[in-house]
Design a protein around this ligand. Structure first.
Ligand code: HXD
Ligand code: FE
Length: 263
Protein backbone atom coordinates (compact mmCIF):
# COMPACT_ATOMS: atom_id res chain seq x y z
CA UNK A 1 0.00 0.00 0.00
CA UNK A 2 1.37 3.42 -0.88
CA UNK A 3 2.23 5.90 1.89
CA UNK A 4 0.43 9.21 2.38
CA UNK A 5 1.72 12.38 0.71
CA UNK A 6 3.14 13.79 4.00
CA UNK A 7 5.60 16.70 4.01
CA UNK A 8 5.29 19.32 1.27
CA UNK A 9 7.75 22.22 1.52
CA UNK A 10 6.20 25.67 1.43
CA UNK A 11 9.19 28.00 2.14
CA UNK A 12 12.49 28.41 0.22
CA UNK A 13 14.54 25.26 -0.44
CA UNK A 14 17.67 26.54 1.30
CA UNK A 15 16.03 27.84 4.47
CA UNK A 16 15.92 25.49 7.47
CA UNK A 17 12.67 27.12 8.56
CA UNK A 18 10.98 25.49 5.58
CA UNK A 19 11.42 22.10 7.29
CA UNK A 20 9.81 20.49 10.34
CA UNK A 21 11.24 21.14 13.80
CA UNK A 22 12.79 17.64 14.01
CA UNK A 23 14.82 18.45 10.88
CA UNK A 24 16.14 21.65 12.39
CA UNK A 25 17.25 19.76 15.51
CA UNK A 26 18.88 17.06 13.40
CA UNK A 27 20.81 19.58 11.33
CA UNK A 28 21.91 21.50 14.41
CA UNK A 29 23.13 18.32 16.10
CA UNK A 30 25.12 17.15 13.07
CA UNK A 31 26.60 20.59 12.37
CA UNK A 32 29.12 20.12 15.18
CA UNK A 33 30.51 17.08 13.33
CA UNK A 34 30.38 18.84 9.98
CA UNK A 35 32.40 21.75 11.35
CA UNK A 36 35.23 19.40 12.28
CA UNK A 37 35.49 18.60 8.58
CA UNK A 38 34.92 22.06 7.14
CA UNK A 39 37.27 23.76 9.60
CA UNK A 40 39.92 21.04 9.46
CA UNK A 41 43.56 22.10 9.57
CA UNK A 42 44.18 20.46 6.18
CA UNK A 43 41.62 22.71 4.47
CA UNK A 44 42.83 25.74 6.40
CA UNK A 45 46.37 25.18 5.11
CA UNK A 46 45.04 24.49 1.62
CA UNK A 47 43.07 27.77 1.67
CA UNK A 48 46.15 29.68 2.82
CA UNK A 49 48.32 28.04 0.17
CA UNK A 50 50.68 26.51 2.75
CA UNK A 51 49.72 22.84 2.63
CA UNK A 52 52.90 20.78 2.15
CA UNK A 53 53.08 19.30 -1.32
CA UNK A 54 53.29 15.70 -0.09
CA UNK A 55 50.11 16.10 2.00
CA UNK A 56 48.34 17.88 -0.84
CA UNK A 57 49.12 15.12 -3.33
CA UNK A 58 48.32 12.35 -0.85
CA UNK A 59 44.94 13.97 -0.16
CA UNK A 60 44.12 14.11 -3.87
CA UNK A 61 45.04 10.44 -4.27
CA UNK A 62 43.22 9.48 -1.07
CA UNK A 63 40.00 11.31 -1.97
CA UNK A 64 39.82 9.58 -5.35
CA UNK A 65 38.03 6.33 -4.36
CA UNK A 66 35.01 8.30 -3.07
CA UNK A 67 35.03 10.58 -6.11
CA UNK A 68 35.21 7.65 -8.49
CA UNK A 69 32.54 5.66 -6.65
CA UNK A 70 30.10 8.45 -5.83
CA UNK A 71 27.82 7.76 -8.82
CA UNK A 72 27.82 4.10 -7.79
CA UNK A 73 26.52 4.98 -4.31
CA UNK A 74 23.74 6.91 -6.01
CA UNK A 75 23.08 3.98 -8.34
CA UNK A 76 22.63 1.69 -5.33
CA UNK A 77 20.02 4.11 -4.03
CA UNK A 78 18.34 4.40 -7.41
CA UNK A 79 17.73 0.65 -7.23
CA UNK A 80 15.58 1.23 -4.12
CA UNK A 81 13.24 3.61 -5.93
CA UNK A 82 9.78 2.51 -7.09
CA UNK A 83 8.11 4.86 -9.57
CA UNK A 84 4.75 6.13 -8.36
CA UNK A 85 5.06 4.56 -4.92
CA UNK A 86 5.56 7.80 -3.04
CA UNK A 87 6.26 11.44 -3.90
CA UNK A 88 9.64 11.09 -2.17
CA UNK A 89 10.53 8.17 -4.44
CA UNK A 90 9.67 10.17 -7.56
CA UNK A 91 11.75 13.11 -6.32
CA UNK A 92 14.66 10.78 -5.51
CA UNK A 93 14.43 9.15 -8.94
CA UNK A 94 14.73 12.49 -10.73
CA UNK A 95 17.50 13.73 -8.43
CA UNK A 96 19.60 10.57 -8.63
CA UNK A 97 19.35 10.10 -12.40
CA UNK A 98 20.19 13.75 -13.06
CA UNK A 99 23.09 13.88 -10.61
CA UNK A 100 24.71 10.60 -11.60
CA UNK A 101 25.21 12.28 -14.99
CA UNK A 102 26.61 15.43 -13.36
CA UNK A 103 29.08 13.41 -11.28
CA UNK A 104 30.57 11.90 -14.39
CA UNK A 105 32.16 15.27 -15.16
CA UNK A 106 33.20 15.77 -11.56
CA UNK A 107 35.45 12.70 -11.69
CA UNK A 108 37.14 14.18 -14.78
CA UNK A 109 37.58 17.53 -13.01
CA UNK A 110 39.14 15.84 -9.95
CA UNK A 111 41.65 14.09 -12.23
CA UNK A 112 42.50 17.46 -13.83
CA UNK A 113 42.97 18.97 -10.35
CA UNK A 114 45.28 16.11 -9.38
CA UNK A 115 47.24 16.35 -12.65
CA UNK A 116 47.74 20.10 -12.22
CA UNK A 117 48.94 19.38 -8.68
CA UNK A 118 51.66 17.04 -9.90
CA UNK A 119 49.95 13.78 -8.90
CA UNK A 120 50.93 10.79 -10.96
CA UNK A 121 47.54 9.66 -12.30
CA UNK A 122 48.64 6.07 -12.66
CA UNK A 123 49.38 5.99 -8.93
CA UNK A 124 46.02 7.67 -8.19
CA UNK A 125 44.18 5.03 -10.21
CA UNK A 126 46.16 1.97 -9.25
CA UNK A 127 47.90 2.24 -5.91
CA UNK A 128 46.32 0.88 -2.77
CA UNK A 129 45.11 3.65 -0.49
CA UNK A 130 45.57 3.98 3.25
CA UNK A 131 42.96 2.16 5.32
CA UNK A 132 41.92 5.45 6.94
CA UNK A 133 41.09 6.75 3.48
CA UNK A 134 39.38 3.64 2.24
CA UNK A 135 37.11 3.51 5.26
CA UNK A 136 35.05 6.45 3.94
CA UNK A 137 34.35 4.64 0.68
CA UNK A 138 33.68 1.35 2.48
CA UNK A 139 31.23 3.14 4.75
CA UNK A 140 29.42 4.67 1.78
CA UNK A 141 29.14 1.30 0.05
CA UNK A 142 27.93 -0.36 3.23
CA UNK A 143 25.26 2.20 4.06
CA UNK A 144 23.99 2.48 0.49
CA UNK A 145 23.87 -1.30 0.16
CA UNK A 146 22.17 -2.10 3.46
CA UNK A 147 20.14 0.89 4.62
CA UNK A 148 16.96 2.62 3.46
CA UNK A 149 16.84 5.19 0.66
CA UNK A 150 16.52 8.08 3.12
CA UNK A 151 19.31 6.96 5.46
CA UNK A 152 21.72 6.25 2.60
CA UNK A 153 20.99 9.57 0.88
CA UNK A 154 21.47 11.32 4.24
CA UNK A 155 24.95 9.79 4.59
CA UNK A 156 26.05 10.59 1.04
CA UNK A 157 24.11 13.29 -0.82
CA UNK A 158 23.29 15.29 2.29
CA UNK A 159 26.27 14.77 4.64
CA UNK A 160 29.23 14.32 2.30
CA UNK A 161 28.11 16.75 -0.39
CA UNK A 162 26.95 19.27 2.20
CA UNK A 163 30.26 19.34 4.04
CA UNK A 164 32.10 19.33 0.72
CA UNK A 165 30.26 22.43 -0.51
CA UNK A 166 31.42 24.23 2.62
CA UNK A 167 35.06 23.13 2.65
CA UNK A 168 35.34 24.01 -1.03
CA UNK A 169 33.86 27.45 -0.35
CA UNK A 170 36.40 27.91 2.46
CA UNK A 171 39.34 26.96 0.19
CA UNK A 172 38.04 29.28 -2.55
CA UNK A 173 37.33 32.15 -0.15
CA UNK A 174 40.80 33.60 -0.79
CA UNK A 175 43.04 33.68 -3.85
CA UNK A 176 46.07 32.11 -2.12
CA UNK A 177 45.37 28.52 -3.12
CA UNK A 178 44.38 29.26 -6.73
CA UNK A 179 47.49 31.41 -7.21
CA UNK A 180 49.68 28.36 -6.66
CA UNK A 181 48.72 27.15 -10.13
CA UNK A 182 50.20 28.87 -13.17
CA UNK A 183 47.66 31.24 -14.73
CA UNK A 184 47.10 29.17 -17.85
CA UNK A 185 46.36 26.01 -15.82
CA UNK A 186 44.39 27.66 -13.03
CA UNK A 187 40.83 27.39 -14.35
CA UNK A 188 41.19 23.69 -15.14
CA UNK A 189 42.92 22.97 -11.84
CA UNK A 190 40.25 24.83 -9.85
CA UNK A 191 37.20 23.56 -11.73
CA UNK A 192 36.21 20.79 -9.27
CA UNK A 193 36.65 23.09 -6.28
CA UNK A 194 34.85 25.99 -7.94
CA UNK A 195 31.86 23.83 -8.91
CA UNK A 196 31.47 22.49 -5.37
CA UNK A 197 32.10 25.86 -3.75
CA UNK A 198 28.99 27.53 -5.14
CA UNK A 199 27.26 29.14 -2.23
CA UNK A 200 23.97 28.44 -3.89
CA UNK A 201 24.77 24.76 -4.36
CA UNK A 202 21.35 23.25 -3.99
CA UNK A 203 22.28 19.57 -4.03
CA UNK A 204 22.46 18.89 -0.27
CA UNK A 205 19.26 20.88 0.26
CA UNK A 206 17.49 18.93 -2.45
CA UNK A 207 18.67 15.74 -0.75
CA UNK A 208 17.38 17.04 2.60
CA UNK A 209 14.00 17.83 1.08
CA UNK A 210 13.80 14.31 -0.38
CA UNK A 211 14.75 12.76 2.98
CA UNK A 212 12.10 14.78 4.82
CA UNK A 213 9.51 13.94 2.15
CA UNK A 214 10.33 10.24 2.51
CA UNK A 215 10.04 10.11 6.31
CA UNK A 216 7.29 12.73 6.69
CA UNK A 217 6.46 15.48 9.19
CA UNK A 218 6.46 13.20 12.21
CA UNK A 219 9.00 10.36 11.99
CA UNK A 220 9.64 7.98 14.90
CA UNK A 221 12.52 8.80 17.22
CA UNK A 222 14.22 5.67 15.89
CA UNK A 223 14.04 6.96 12.29
CA UNK A 224 15.51 10.30 13.35
CA UNK A 225 18.27 8.54 15.31
CA UNK A 226 19.17 6.49 12.23
CA UNK A 227 19.42 9.61 10.09
CA UNK A 228 21.48 11.37 12.74
CA UNK A 229 23.86 8.43 13.04
CA UNK A 230 24.30 8.17 9.25
CA UNK A 231 25.07 11.87 8.84
CA UNK A 232 27.46 12.14 11.78
CA UNK A 233 29.29 8.93 10.82
CA UNK A 234 29.95 10.30 7.33
CA UNK A 235 31.43 13.43 8.85
CA UNK A 236 33.56 11.36 11.21
CA UNK A 237 34.90 9.20 8.40
CA UNK A 238 35.74 12.34 6.43
CA UNK A 239 37.60 13.66 9.44
CA UNK A 240 39.46 10.36 9.84
CA UNK A 241 40.73 10.73 6.29
CA UNK A 242 41.84 14.30 6.87
CA UNK A 243 43.50 13.51 10.20
CA UNK A 244 45.38 10.70 8.52
CA UNK A 245 46.94 12.96 5.92
CA UNK A 246 47.81 15.66 8.40
CA UNK A 247 49.53 13.24 10.73
CA UNK A 248 51.15 10.85 8.28
CA UNK A 249 52.18 12.23 4.94
CA UNK A 250 54.56 9.29 4.40
CA UNK A 251 54.29 7.44 1.07
CA UNK A 252 51.58 4.83 1.23
CA UNK A 253 52.62 2.91 -1.83
CA UNK A 254 53.07 -0.78 -1.17
CA UNK A 255 56.01 -1.53 -3.47
CA UNK A 256 55.98 -5.30 -2.92
CA UNK A 257 53.07 -7.61 -2.17
CA UNK A 258 52.42 -7.39 1.56
CA UNK A 259 54.11 -10.18 3.49
CA UNK A 260 51.98 -12.60 5.48
CA UNK A 261 52.04 -11.64 9.16
CA UNK A 262 54.23 -13.93 11.26
CA UNK A 263 52.15 -16.39 13.27
C1 HXD B 1 36.89 14.78 1.77
C2 HXD B 1 37.37 13.85 0.70
C3 HXD B 1 37.37 14.60 3.13
C4 HXD B 1 36.33 13.29 -0.16
C5 HXD B 1 35.41 14.29 -0.79
C6 HXD B 1 34.23 13.64 -1.44
C7 HXD B 1 33.32 14.64 -2.10
C8 HXD B 1 32.28 14.01 -2.97
C9 HXD B 1 31.53 15.02 -3.81
C10 HXD B 1 30.65 14.41 -4.87
O1 HXD B 1 29.91 15.43 -5.48
C11 HXD B 1 31.39 13.57 -5.87
C12 HXD B 1 32.26 14.33 -6.88
O2 HXD B 1 33.17 13.74 -7.45
O3 HXD B 1 32.09 15.48 -7.16
FE1 FE C 1 30.34 16.35 -7.30
Amino acid sequence: MSKEIGFVRSGPLMDLHSYPEWTRELVRHCDAFKRQVVEHELFRQMRDGVLPNAVHQAFLRGGWPVIEQFPQYMAKNLLKVRYGQHRGHDMARRYLIRNIRVEQNHADHWVQWALASGVDIDSLLRNPQALETLSLSHWCHQICERESLEVAMAATNYAIEGATGEWCAAVCSKEDYARQFPKEKRAKAMKWLALHAHYDDEHPWEALEIIVTLVGEDPSSRQVAELRHAICQSHRYMRLLLDHYMSQPAPEICARPCAEPAL
